[in-house]
Ligand binder design. Sequence first.
Ligand code: 0A1
Ligand code: ZN
Length: 883
Amino acid sequence: MNKPAGMPAPLIRLADYQPPAWSVSDVDLEFDLAIERSEVRARLVLQAGPDPQAPLRFNGEGLELLEILLDGEPLPAGRYRHEHELLTIEGVRHGQVLETRVALAPAANTALEGLYLSGRRETGFLLTQCEAEGFRHITFFPDRPDVQARYTVTLRADRERFPVLLAGGNPAGHGELENGRHWARFVDPYPRPSYLFALVAGRLERISQDYRTADGRDVALHIWAEADVIDRCDYAMDALVRSMRWDEQVYGRNYDLDVFHVVATHDFNMGAMENKGLNIFNAKYLLADPDSSTDEEYLHVEAVVAHEYFHNWSGNRVTCRDWFQLSLKEGFTVFRDQSFSADMNSASLKRIQDVSTLRRAQFSEDAGPLSHPVRPAQYREINNFYTATVYEKGAELVRMLAGRVGPQAFRQGTDLYFERNDGRAATIEDFVGALGEASGIDLSPYLAWYGQAGTPRLQARGNYDPANGRYVLELAQSTAPTPDQPHKKALPIPVRLSLFNADGQAQRLRLADSEQDLGTETVLELTDQRQRFEFTGLSQPPIPSLLRGFSAPVVLDADYAPDQLAILLRHDPDGFNRWEAGQQLALMAYDRLYRGEDASAALQAWTEALADLFAQPDLDPGLLAELLSPPSETELAERQVDIDPEHIHHLRHQLNDAIAARIGLPPLLARYQALAAASTSALDASSQLRRRLKQVLLGLLSRLDAKVAIPLAQAQYATAPAMTDRLAALTVLLNTGAAEAGPALADYRRRYADNALAMDKWFAVQARVPGAAALARIEALAADPAFSLKNPNRVMSLLGIFARANASGFHRADGKGYAFVSHQLQVLDALNPQVAARLATALNGWRRLESGRREAAHAMLRELAARPQLSRNLAEIVNRILE
Ligand code: 0A1
Ligand code: ZN
């Protein structure tokens, strides 16, 4: 299944888009399934494109062609060619039926794309993954999303070995065959692209629930998993039902088949997949129980279940014309799942977490050579574009559009979009156009956001004139050049703002030349490079609270004084901007510490405000936990060139130390103990938030006085009622280097030896431990019999965490971290190119490292690029990083 590159894969460009020369209206698939060798018969009704004389060229990779017929007649060898992963036939006619029979080897498929085996040969089950271009590994087909066809799928297999047979669509019969075999048929009434095809076959258990849609359809919901984990699916079912209701209520979208299947697998390259009627999930995002899942994992399950379900409309009923439009379904669906989670939990905490993720994953992606627009203009390997930019920044763009048109017009716009494009393969213009039409607002300037890479910087400078009570806010934007885009345009940037006085009161807003009272919050739209906005009627110099709710995905550069930010941190009623003020203060302190300057003013303003907030008994514990957490090392590193990750790691410690010292040991301890005494495994939101605060407090205590914190962590580990507390305790034991960490790790391993997802966390928690000893620990773990390069979750838990979330451990000055990962990458690439490519993105920032590390990383990348056997996936990433 691996695709040796040989020569570089061709560059595919958005500008070259052409509708398909030959399309397919009806697909009839028959599978004879077995672990080692399966056979697929496909009957395709051909549809001519604009030129009926054009040759038919269908994709097909790794297929053993057994038979080929046209209108029932075998095609002679001279009538077709099968080379370079294409099947070419000249002289076919509209309406003819092309029939092929091919053989596949599922058990040998380690790339986990196409038809493959999950688990062991003796006990595992078969499943498929087709997005983006996996269907061509199953049969010959025009494997592109603008070919939409009606599918009938028949599965045949040994009943004993494969008692459960599932495919997307409605069930359309099943029965017995000779020799202990059986069959099942499925028909999907909705035309759909090939990437949404799926089947599952094997020994699986299920939980089920009946559901009636708002428009009156009775749907059977089934969640399937292997017997040992089926009792961990209840939360996913609960989340599914809530997602379905929410989409009915908020977007007016109903489910449209009689059955909805969800299946969990431990062997999956990504999070989950929205196949029509048959969602397939990485078990990590479906299974949950208090004993082995953290609170954070519960939130992920809720979000991913919703995400995949929401794709049924934003993705399946309306799909993408081509893969350049990927964010049409992904950005919109992430926005939808974010809104759902915000409605289910605390909206401001959700916003804080989403913005943190964006900054950590997307801003850093955008700051290196892998930077690309939300709608990329070109790619060599589409699987490399399932990125934070397409997903998370894409969601921010939808959020901006939604904010611009307002909630009512947004709903009218999405209704129009779904209605007009139902059953079609659409573009981003179709989406933005529908919102524009429904709202009567020209949104076309926002299209520039989709085509322009890089994170804009928004500069804000304020000037107050006490003589006339006027405040002039000057806003200016700039975006640094990115690969392929040396010149950047001005983008429309919505700046939601309030103005506060020194007592922390929001002022009424009135713009000069206008009589209108805008209330205490308004949105300014910066459309040019630079604009001035003048507010009148202010009796005191105002403190601007800018980009409230993070109204645009930009980096803000405002000339705040520490005291002004401290006022926002104490008083801003908007939870997000209150947190943001604290982050800005932390960054101000960090910048000074980094430059070796006096940081005391910023540190003092920040920690004093935090200590006061800490003392407020009624402050939401979840918000407090976030307030007490400085920006991540990745975010801090964004601010520098010549990065020394170890230095940054130490500076971040100093920020934590400053918070801990200011609050002081007795209050921290008292609060921790109060929370610990009330520990339960309850999953309600408030219990979760208190656990989160407890975890942050234990971390601060460990900075302040390890001798106090270690016994607390040890006790917390021993008595933890649920995984969140257990893992938090283990983290502190490991990070403090406590001798007690060893027995705790051994205990954890004994307890969870048979639980793959819990063992992933055992690897991850160790992979995250910073510092010089990290590499030796990782090497030992990579040699552990429980480690396997064949399982993507295990790979990401150890190597992914090490390379992407342990900067001080990975970016060693001696370059040995790079050498180790390079070796692993080469072995991994031969097994699973998608996962290898994802791991390699950890080196995106190499150019901004200090010179010694830069040289070492550069040498490693050049050496890797020179390897002859690299997959197309890894080759593209390494070459783009090197460009
Ligand atoms: N569409 C899925 C993500 C996905 C993409 C590619 C995959 O295999 C290469 C698998 C899943 C989603 O957004 O959930
Ligand atoms: Zn998605």
